[in-house]
Design a protein around this ligand. Structure first.
Ligand code: F6R
Length: 241
């Protein structure tokens, strides 16, 4: 079931997202599922400002990130581990041992994926933050991914590599071609899901997620089967609804 919020600026989108996150932070040991990319950056800025101003503590929070590139070192400037440290973790009081990010630089990806899923299984994500790809991916679950998927290695779609080239000097050749991602079934276990999408290039994917047929061709359409999904959009992303 979707609760849809359309806001007229990115700041308001981020404020709405932060309001929802703050409710989750009232729990004793909140478990947060986190995304990278441009969509949640405003939310992370608000979390940092609130931590600095109001002392909201993340000392007991546990976080699981959705995905990580394969083929670049863990602390490469464009790794998702680096992104999370730069945009959130280095500015709040979350202990390093409470942070889980899939491993993309190991020798045995299958074993690393199984280990990540086993860690996830010890917890229950209270709030999963998601962006959505212009091709309808969530995490890096590209079109065609099984709705039953758990953490796995994935080939990035050409569209995703093009979309992400902006983080790699606009050079698609530098964008990794594979990643490790939580699966669609792993994501669906979260108690509550929050999707943030901005811009006209997300309109088709947002439509597919909410109104399209439920199909593995639009991975985000799996969310039609979840009973607590809030989608926060700008007008451009909502134009087809
Ligand atoms: C990021 C992730 C991706 C992004 C999506 C949207 O961890 O899993 O699904 O959320 O590609 O990216 P942005 O927000 O950069 O448009």
């Amino acid at each position: 079931m979707f609760n849809i919020i359309i806001a007229d600026s990115y700041d308001k989108i981020s404020s709405e997202a932060f309001r929802i996150l703050k409710e989750i932070m009232l729990a004793d040991s909140p478990v947060l599922g986190l995304a990278t990319g441009s969509s949640p950056i405003g939310l992370y800025k608000k979390m940092i400002a609130d931590h600095n101003t109001n002392g909201t503590s993340y000392a007991k929070a546990i976080t699981f990130n959705l995905d990580e590139y394969i083929g670049i070192p863990a602390f490469h400037e464009q790794s998702y581990r680096s992104f999370m440290h730069e945009n959130l973790f280095d500015h709040i009081d979350i202990p390093e041992e409470n942070i889980y990010i899939p491993r993309g630089d190991g020798e045995d990806h299958a074993a690393d994926c199984a280990a990540y899923e086993a860690e996830l299984a010890k917890y229950h994500i209270d709030l999963q933050i998601l962006g959505i790809g212009s091709d309808g991916h969530i995490g890096f679950n590209e079109p065609g991914t099984s709705f039953d998927s758990l953490t796995h290695v994935t080939d990035l779609a050409e569209q995703t590599r093009k979309d992400n080239a902006r983080f790699f000097d606009d050079d698609i050749g530098q964008v990794p071609s594979q990643a490790v991602t939580m699966g669609l079934a792993s994501i669906m276990k979260a108690r509550k899901i929050l999707v943030i999408a901005c811009g006209a290039n997300k309109a088709e994917a947002v439509y597919g997620m909410i109104k399209g047929p439920q199909s593995e061709e639009c991975p985000a359409s799996i969310l039609q089967s979840h009973d607590d999904v809030t989608v926060i959009l700008d007008k451009e992303a909502a134009v087809r609804l």
